[in-house]
Design a protein around this ligand. Structure first.
Ligand code: HEM
Length: 388
């Protein structure tokens, strides 16, 4: 790291979080999403926009990017944290200070020139035990911790499922990986439950979620951060046969998130178009004749993994999206309604798309939508026939 980047890193981990925390405490005391025109607030925001802008401006002036891609991605995260905070407090940073740098970093990495969810979980380097945050609020720590753990559990399930095709679904060795995938998906639900229990709804709504909004870099507005911006969840969808990359709705979900995931996740997303589902492989082998014990057991594990994936997605919808976003959004003033989603789309439309994803992942019967329900029923029937 050059001196200018180290200075920015130190500021983000120190003074920056202090300024944001003070501002959040003021907003929270007033139960408002943002407050302008009060001397104390204006002083804090002026300091934030000025000091961060000066530090980033020095890096921009050098017109030189770190050689290593990981260091460039980390720097993009630091610049992005600053910009997300400016957007959150509704102050305008100076485009000349940051845009050439952010755009060059984004272009060199093939990602949107903004901070992404991966900067908060899989690519968030801790110093002295503390990962980078916007504030020192305990609610933010809780959100990032359980969100990060859920993402890691999804990644563990993906790693396990991706190991199966080379072994074949009837292989007794694949049982190890499938058992691991089932356990990892159970962990996703467990971490989401802990999040729902421990996260304060008002703190999330007033003090954390507002940092995830869209912001402008150069002439373009880049959409905000979604906790779902990582590839593993989609790899699980496709490997379990719950979602098809040939379904235009689902293809839209995948392609929309390309610029917002970490570079290595883009490769995984791209590979999904040609990935065969493990469930289809199991059906083919089960239809060939009475299954050996290993195939029978592995097919049961695949069904368990589908149940686990479905349970986590239903929990996300009912116990995270509804109480932490949809319900509090209902009390927000009309002028804030357009600001409730990361994409800027109306909240109802976002929730409707999410409900469709949930029904695919949970293989619900849903009129007008082809889900994996009939395939899962077929696997169960073939397993029962094998038992007779
Ligand atoms: C308070 C907590 C949370 C809230 C309010 C929330 C809200 C949302 C919303 C509104 C969306 C739809 C975004 C859009 O389409 O514009 C979404 C998507 C998603 N979220 Fe969450 N979320 C929360 C926590 C989590 C956690 C902990 C995870 C676990 C990793 C997670 C994983 C996902 C996934 C996988 C998607 C779907 C994206 C996709 O597959 O393309 N969310 N969330």
């Amino acid at each position: 790291m050059t001196r200018t980047i180290t200075d920015l890193d130190r500021w983000i981990r120190g003074e920056f979080t202090g300024l944001n925390t003070k501002l959040e405490e003021i907003y929270f005391a007033e139960k408002t999403l943002v407050l302008r025109g009060r001397a104390e607030v204006d002083d804090l925001t002026t300091t934030l926009v000025r000091d961060g802008g000066a530090l980033i401006g020095k890096i921009t002036e050098q017109r030189q990017l770190p050689e290593h891609a990981d260091a460039r991605y980390e720097l993009l995260g630091m610049v992005g944290f600053y910009l997300a905070a400016c957007r959150r407090h509704e102050v305008e940073p100076d485009q000349a200070q940051f845009a050439p740098l952010a755009l060059a970093l984004g272009a060199s990495l093939g990602v949107a020139p903004r901070f992404a969810a991966s900067h908060q979980n899989i690519r968030n380097r801790a110093v002295g035990g503390a990962f980078a945050t916007f504030t020192t609020l305990d609610s933010e720590r809780i959100f990032l911790l359980y969100n990060g753990l859920s993402v890691m559990a999804y990644r563990r399930a993906t790693h396990a499922l991706l190991s199966v095709p080379a072994l074949g679904v009837s292989n007794p060795l694949a049982t190890y990986h499938l058992t691991d995938a089932v356990a990892a998906l159970r962990d996703v639900l467990r971490f989401s439950q802990a999040l729902a229990n421990e996260l304060d709804k008002d703190r999330f709504f007033y003090n954390i979620r507002p940092y995830f909004k869209s912001y402008r870099v150069g002439s373009q507005e880049f959409r905000g951060v979604n906790a779902g911006d990582f590839a593993a969840v989609n790899a699980i969808d496709v490997l379990l046969g719950l979602c098809s990359p040939h379904d235009p709705f689902y293809q839209g979900v995948i392609t929309e998130k390309y610029p917002y995931v970490a570079p290595e996740d883009q490769e995984l997303l791209r590979s999904l178009v040609t990935t065969e589902s493990l469930m289809d492989m199991a059906v083919r082998e089960l239809e060939a004749g009475p299954p050996p014990a290993s195939l029978h057991g592995n097919a049961e594990l695949l069904l368990d993994a589908c149940r686990g994936h479905g349970a986590a997605t239903v929990f996300h919808h009912n116990k995270l999206v509804a109480p932490f976003l949809r319900e509090p959004a209902g009390y927000a003033p009309p002028e804030d309604q357009a600001d409730m989603t990361t994409s800027g789309s109306p909240l109802d439309a976002v929730i409707e798309a999410l409900a469709r994803l949930r029904d695919l992942r949970a293989a619900h019967d849903r009129p007008g939508v082809v889900t994996a329900r009939s395939t899962l029923d077929r696997v169960r029937a073939l397993l029962s026939a094998g038992d007779r």
